[in-house]
Design a protein around this ligand. Structure first.
Ligand code: HEC
Length: 120
């Protein structure tokens, strides 16, 4: 092997390494954090990170029964206020699933909070 081949080999190795590193990065899910809770504190006074997590759990456990989970960012707040009660009725028509009013409010707050994350 001459120097040129070695150099070319090194370049390819680096490119491949970078490419694989990029591809293997998992899609990062937006995890709710205290910052999100603080951001919507005026909208939802007294809102806690616990409630945000509970909303996320309810959403993930019930809102993919008929279609894939929708992204909180997929709808504006005004739409979610109309959609969530309509979809909760659908969830409750499914055997073994029941979301009460408090649960509905948690889902609504979750999608509104995580749907209003600043897009970078
Ligand atoms: C029993 C089945 C079912 C469940 C459970 C369900 N959905 Fe849906 N969803 C539908 C259907 C069917 C549509 C298509 C529009 C329609 O029929 O209202 C839809 C449409 C939507 C849309 C698109 C916007 C729109 O107005 O059509 C969103 C967003 C949505 N669902 C969110 C949710 C959320 C959030 C939950 C959990 C609270 C949920 N869905 C649970 C059946 C369901």
């Amino acid at each position: 092997m001459n120097k040129k081949t070695l150099l070319a080999g090194a370049c390819i190795a680096i490119l491949v390494a970078c490419g694989t590193a990029k591809n293997s990065t998992p899609k990062v899910e937006v995890m709710p954090s205290q910052g999100d809770v603080d951001r919507v504190q005026t909208k939802f006074p007294g809102y806690t990170l616990d409630e945000l997590y509970q909303g996320k759990q309810l959403f993930e456990a019930n809102c993919n029964l008929c279609h894939k989970l929708k992204k909180p960012t997929s709808e504006p707040e005004s739409e979610w206020k109309e959609i969530v009660p309509r979809m909760v009725k659908k969830v409750n028509s499914k055997e073994g699933h029941h979301i009460d009013e408090a649960g509905q409010e948690k889902i609504l707050r979750y999608v509104i909070t995580m749907g209003s994350v600043e897009k970078s």
